[in-house]
Unconditional design. Sequence first.
Lengths: 157, 287
Amino acid sequence: MKHVVVVSDMKIGKNGDTLVTHALGSCLGLTVWDPVLQIGGLLHAMLPLSKINKEKAAANPYMFVDTGVPTLFRQLYELGAQKQRLVVKAAGCGNPLGKNEMFKIGERNHTLMKKLLWKNNVMLAAEDCGGTQSRTVYFDMGTGQVTISSGGKENAL
Amino acid sequence: MSRDRIADILASVESFPSMPGAAARLLTMLDNPEITAAEIEAVLRYDPGLTSGVLRLANSSYFGFAQRIGSLRQAIVMLGTKQLVQMVMATCMSTIMNQGVQGYDMGAGDLWRHSIAVSVASEGLVRALKLAPEEEIFTAALLHDVGKLVLGAFVQQGKADMAVDVATEQEFQEMEKQILGIDHAETGARILEAWSFPQRIIDAVRYHHRPDAVDPADTMIDLVHVANVLCRMIGVGIGNDGLQYAPAPGAIERLGLKTRHLEIVASETLKWIDELADKLTLGKEDG
């Protein structure tokens, strides 16, 4: 079954499911897959740090990278996923043109995600991040295959 | 070739649907400071579909009225004439802007959701930056990309030429101008001119990617510009032009914009998009 993950949301799927998230701009799309259990989760987080709006973060941890990423991993661990088996991939984190640092929310999302994974000894298997293109992610639970669709082209990640 | 293309594009602007009658009549009344509730009521009374659409919108939790607004008379009293006219405009535009847009690869509803997002984010920026309320900003933001409805067909034709430039640092509207001779902002401004919109809203549409070219600068245009870039970043209803736009340095400085303003507005905008998209679509029962 196809499950669509909207902005500031996360969904978990099992073998037979495809998780999809559309129009990643600056947002982070993170896929985590356990090949033995054939389960995985797809996060679409909008902003880096939850401290900007603690009320929102309490209601929905998936809006922010610093709360969304750990929650995604925890949910998978609760279903029996094991850290050493997990295949983690990232997409999105784009930025508008120009040099203005203020608007580089995508870059900050990316940096924070890398830091969180590094601190927890989790490797990033592949990524398609940065640039100005909007991206759509398809994540197949049976094979763990992540496909990125952008600018009319599809590429396996 | 470019000259012929511009002529074709301007001909498409001319044949673009005209504004619904009631909205057009209200617009001509907007410039009149003496406009009365009875006059507005007289225009809307004969369009029950529009009236029920406006009441649906006025009762959205986005506007936060504690009391339910049940009648047109009550809406006029509670909203004031200016805000009521903004709501009539928004309700009228939903049918035109809810369609998909070729060329930009936007599906049905994408442009409308993006437009609503920019309206909400513009008003969010007004609050975050503690600026004086801008009465026309909701409409200006809602219409900023209306030109894409006309230009999309030409972007589709010019795609082979445009793809060459996709990887460059050139802004998308500059690419439109270079290849088609006119960009979606100018095209949108021409549509609103044909509809006899107030000049300030026309300017907001025309300059929404170039607020620094407005002299004297206009806070409302600065706000729509920033809200648009922000909503593209959060990926609401964006097409193949993605983030291929640059924030204008002058607008950022004039607004005193900081990272926290952008992030707080982004975090508050999402929840209103579905709510308003629902309230702003004329239902079947409304004809």
